[in-house]
Design a protein around this ligand. Structure first.
Ligand code: HEC
Length: 180
């Protein structure tokens, strides 16, 4: 008899759980769709990062001879500006070494500050989803290491950087929407 009562109780709870989870299940379906958009935003970060890092390495390798050469960092910033103006995701190049060449290239918002801490602690990439005015935005930062011995020509402080530590970060802001 006790057993029967327990079963009834269990049954009742299961029905309750069933009812309670029904709306959650439909919310999860929406989440899965949103996560596909998040995955696409992540891929966009990877694509942009691969292009930008290679651009900086190629320019430095091919054109930098001395301190008067046109720096790849400056070219990259102009490239980011043009890409953003064309309606594509925003990218920033910031310092993690503590001694930036230009004071404009420092962490500005809480995400950038947090990202520097994580990248200096060893993460190759750090990301966060931010919600702004109801819209989701993927913020991602990737580590910029000393990719060429030529970097030190203009950034003498890089010679004091511990091997393997990043000297900078590329920070991306990619909208997460169904169409990206
Ligand atoms: C010819 C000089 C020169 C060389 C070589 C050079 N840089 Fe720079 N770098 C600059 C200048 C100038 C800026 C500031 C650009 C601006 O804000 O317009 C800069 C900016 C940066 C920044 C942003 C933070 C800051 O210091 O302002 C990073 C990170 C950076 N460079 C990394 C590198 C790396 C890595 C290399 C080697 C691949 C490198 N640089 C080679 C001149 C140089």
């Amino acid at each position: 008899m006790i057993q029967k009562k327990c079963n009834l109780l269990l049954c009742g709870s299961l029905i309750m759980v069933g009812i309670a989870t029904f709306p959650l299940t439909s919310a999860n379906a929406a989440d899965t769709q949103k996560d596909l958009a998040l995955e696409r935003a992540r891929k966009t970060v990877t694509l942009l990062n691969d292009i930008y890092v290679n651009v900086v390495v190629l320019i430095t390798k091919a054109y930098v001879e001395d301190e008067d050469s046109y720096p790849a960092g400056r070219a990259a910033k102009l490239l980011f500006k043009a890409v953003k103006k064309a309606g594509h995701p925003e990218t920033r190049l910031i310092d993690t070494s503590g001694k930036p060449y230009s004071s404009t290239n420092v962490a500005k918002d809480p995400f950038e500050k947090e990202a520097i801490t994580k990248l200096l602690a060893g993460a190759g990439r750090y990301e966060k989803v931010e919600i702004n005015g109801g819209n989701r935005m993927l913020r991602a930062a990737t580590a910029v290491p000393i990719v060429s011995p030529k970097c030190v020509i203009c950034h003498p402080n890089y010679s004091e950087i511990e091997k393997g530590k990043p000297v900078g970060a590329l920070v991306y802001s990619v909208p997460i929407d169904k169409d990206n």
